[in-house]
Structure formats: structure tokens, C-alpha cells
Design a protein around this ligand. Structure first.
Ligand code: BV8
Ligand code: ZN
Length: 255
């Protein structure tokens, strides 16, 4: 698989494989970011799947903004872990690559993953957008002091975090990016790491991308609804298993 002359798509690539990686909250757990369903996911003993909803925002936008500000601060203090680094390395070495992440944090990019090789299917926590018009801005520095709720400079409506909430449609452009890759040819390798794979589209993309002959590697200390389809499962933390998986790929070019 490692052609001396390099790979069909990218001469510089060292792994002549078409690779899809799908990640969830578990890959950021070792960076100190709580998962959604882990016991540490609750905030002020509020269920995150109840807080991350348009209803909660309508009911108490202050509470929801405080939650997102606290998460932004926590992510700002966190560092990418070896799982993020291994995936970034794979993105740079594989002939064809796409990362579909459910995570709204920026740890994949901070680990060196080229943003054009990633789709944040549930949005970006550092994006703030108007709840009415198309206005949006990237907010890393500006802290929301929670006192005054941010208003849209264009239409005066309430600004909201640039994420997809439960009960909301996914961004059709992003769905298109994933579909382009998934239908653009069977993958030699699909890696699914740190996700409970609860959303139908996550399972659907993993299985369609893998096609008939591809490998499906699952990295998760626990069984998930995808385990039955996996060709190899690593019941280990992603920060331990993924560097090993990628080293193996680099050393012999196939999983
Ligand atoms: C949708 C952003 C349709 C916010 C998130 C009306 C319209 C549309 C859909 C619906 C609707 N009404 C209801 C729905 C369905 C709805 C829904 O609620 N679904 C159910 C199944 C939950 N779905 C939606 O709302 C979605 N929209 O379906 O649109 C559509 C779809 C496709 C095409 C066209 C139309 C939108 C849902 C998005 C919600 N927003 N995040 C924010 O972050 O604040 S979801 C959020 O929770 C995360 O992004 C992530 O996706 C999810 C958590 O899941 P995981 O990441 O897997 O994390 P979890 O905690 O569950 O598990 C962690 C795993 O890691 C565990 O397995 C654990 O064992 C493992 N782990 C732990 N430590 C480690 C580890 N693994 C490795 N290493 C470790 N160290
Ligand atoms: Zn507006």
C-alpha cells in the first residue's frame, strides 16, 4: 500500500488509503472535557441534552449562555490529547481523509488537523450567531459576562451559540460535505472513536463509507450500537489506542 512513488491522490501521502474518522465526546474526555452521557456531563445537575435545546434557550437564555460560556472557558484551558494528535497525523498522512466530529470544541484543529479535512456536524461552540438573521461572528476572546445577553448588531435579535441543538435540523451544507465524501468512493478504513453513536446518521455514514470491503475500527472502552459492525474494537481510551492504530498504519500501510 505504501507506493514508493507515493499515492494516487497525493504523491506526498504515506498511507495510500481513503479514510473516514468519526469522533464524539469520548476523544475529548482525556483533555478534561465532560462527555454528554458520562456522569460528569451534568451541569448544575442539569441534563445537557435538556439544556442544549431551543426550548431551554427560549425559557432561560441567561442560564444557557452561562453554560456555554463555562464550556468555552473550560475548552480554552484544555489541551488536545494524544487521540487528537493521532487523528491529525492520520489526516496529514492519508491519501484521502475526512473527519466528521460531533464535538463543538476546537481540540481537533488545535492538534494540527487541517480545518478543510473536518466537518463539525453539530457546530462550533466558539461561533455565535443571530437567532433570527444570518449574522454570525467567531468569538474566542470576548467573554459573555452573563449580565447582558448578546444582541444582533444587524437586527437586534438575541444571539445564540453556533451549535445544533437537540430537535434542530443539521446544517444542509455540512451534510452535503459528508455525503460527498461518503459517496465519493468506498473507504479502505473507517475509524469511529469516543461516541455512543446514538444518532442514526452517524451509524449510516460509518457503514456506507465502509462499503463492502473496508475496515471499521471502533475505539471505545464500552460497547456501542456500532460494535456489531466493527472489524476491530479497541476497548481502551482513545488517547491510548489511536496513537497505536496510526503508528501501525504508518509502519505497514494497512490496518
Ligand atoms: C437531526 C451540539 C435531522 C450542542 C449536540 C427535529 C428535527 C430533527 C431531528 C429531531 C427532531 N426532533 C428530534 C430529533 C431527533 C434528535 C434527537 O434528539 N435524537 C436522539 C437520537 C438523541 N436529533 C436531533 O435533534 C439532531 N438533528 O437529526 O436532524 C436530520 C438528520 C440528518 C439529515 C437531515 C436531517 C441534532 C442533534 C444535535 C444535538 N447537539 N451537540 C452542544 O454540544 O451543546 S449532540 C451532542 O451529544 C454531541 O455533539 C454528541 O453528538 C452527542 C453526545 O454523543 P457522544 O459524542 O457520542 O458522547 P456521549 O457522551 O453520548 O458518549 C461518549 C462515548 O465516549 C461513550 O460511548 C463512552 O464510552 C466513550 N468514552 C468515554 N471516555 C472515552 C471514550 N471513548 C474513547 N476514549 C475515552 N477516553
Ligand atoms: Zn440578526
Amino acid at each position: 500500500m505504501i507506493g514508493k512513488g507515493g499515492c494516487p491522490e497525493q504523491a506526498s501521502a504515506k498511507i495510500c488509503m481513503r479514510v473516514l474518522v468519526i469522533t464524539g465526546a469520548g476523544v475529548s474526555a482525556e483533555s478534561g472535557i465532560p462527555t454528554f452521557r458520562g456522569k460528569d456531563g451534568y451541569w448544575r445537575n442539569l441534563d445537557p441534552t435538556k439544556l442544549a435545546t431551543p426550548e431551554a434557550f427560549a425559557r432561560d437564555p441567561n442560564l444557557v449562555w452561562n453554560w456555554y460560556c463555562e464550556r468555552r472557558r473550560r475548552i480554552g484551558r484544555a489541551q488536545p490529547n494524544p487521540a487528537h494528535q493521532a487523528i491529525a497525523n492520520l489526516a496529514l498522512q492519508a491519501d484521502e481523509f475526512l473527519l466528521v466530529t460531533q464535538n463543538v470544541d476546537d481540540l481537533h484543529v488545535r492538534a494540527g488537523l487541517p480545518p478543510e479535512k473536518m466537518v463539525q456536524i453539530h457546530g462550533d461552540i466558539f461561533m455565535t450567531r443571530c437567532s433570527r438573521c444570518e449574522f454570525r461572528r467567531y468569538e474566542h476572546e470576548q467573554e459573555q459576562d452573563g449580565a447582558s445577553l448578546p444582541k444582533c448588531p444587524d437586527c437586534g435579535a438575541l444571539m445564540r451559540p453556533g451549535v445544533v441543538w437537540f430537535g434542530e435540523q443539521l446544517d444542509l451544507r455540512k451534510i452535503g460535505e459528508v455525503e460527498n465524501f461518503v459517496t465519493g468512493g468506498d473507504c479502505d478504513l473507517v475509524i469511529v472513536a469516543g461516541t455512543s453513536a446514538l444518532f442514526g446518521y452517524i451509524i449510516d455514514w460509518a457503514l456506507r463509507a465502509r462499503g463492502q470491503a473496508g475496515q471499521l475500527i471502533e475505539v471505545n472502552p464500552e460497547e456501542t450500537s456500532l460494535s456489531q459492525f466493527a472489524t476491530r474494537s479497541f476497548r481502551e481510551p482513545a488517547g491510548v489506542a489511536l496513537p497505536r492504530v496510526v503508528d501501525e498504519l504508518l509502519s505497514n500501510g494497512s490496518a
